[in-house]
Design a binder for this molecule. Structure first.
Ligand SMILES: [Zn+2]
Length: 127
């Protein structure tokens, strides 16, 4: 992708100036919303390590990096829409094409937690 390609999260600024800073570990997402958006972008660039590392340690037993990577790569991530964000929750809709190139929407109400200056994904309720 070109250096000025817009970020996957819909921020309308270049990926390198947006979520890539967090995914590459150069900066910490300052808010739950910034973390959520960067996790969406991590799905788009198939970065399972980032998704794993930003999942709260208490929740990692429910996931595997292989499953995360499969979910990231099997789908084509098209658009993220934020419905509502509070300090520690984000409701969003992710639009994607599944393995059969069918349009799908993933509507989730996610909860996050800040610990030692870093935000982590706790869990999500699916609508
Ligand atoms: Zn972004």
């Amino acid at each position: 992708m070109s250096n000025s390609a817009l970020c996957f999260c819909g921020s309308a600024i270049p990926f390198k100036d947006c979520c890539q800073r967090y995914i590459d570990g150069n900066q910490k997402p300052p808010t739950a919303l910034a973390l959520m958006k960067s996790r969406y972008s991590a799905y788009a660039v198939h970065n399972a390590d980032y998704l794993w590392n930003t999942t709260h340690i208490s929740q990692r037993k429910f996931y595997s990096k292989e499953d995360i990577l499969h979910w990231a790569t099997a789908n084509q991530w098209q658009k993220l829409e934020i419905i509502l964000a509070t300090e520690n929750t984000v409701e969003f809709v992710a639009y994607f094409l599944d393995e059969n190139k069918q349009n799908q929407i993933h509507h989730e109400y996610s909860t996050f937690k800040q610990e030692n200056g870093s935000w982590f994904y706790i869990d999500g309720k699916f609508k």
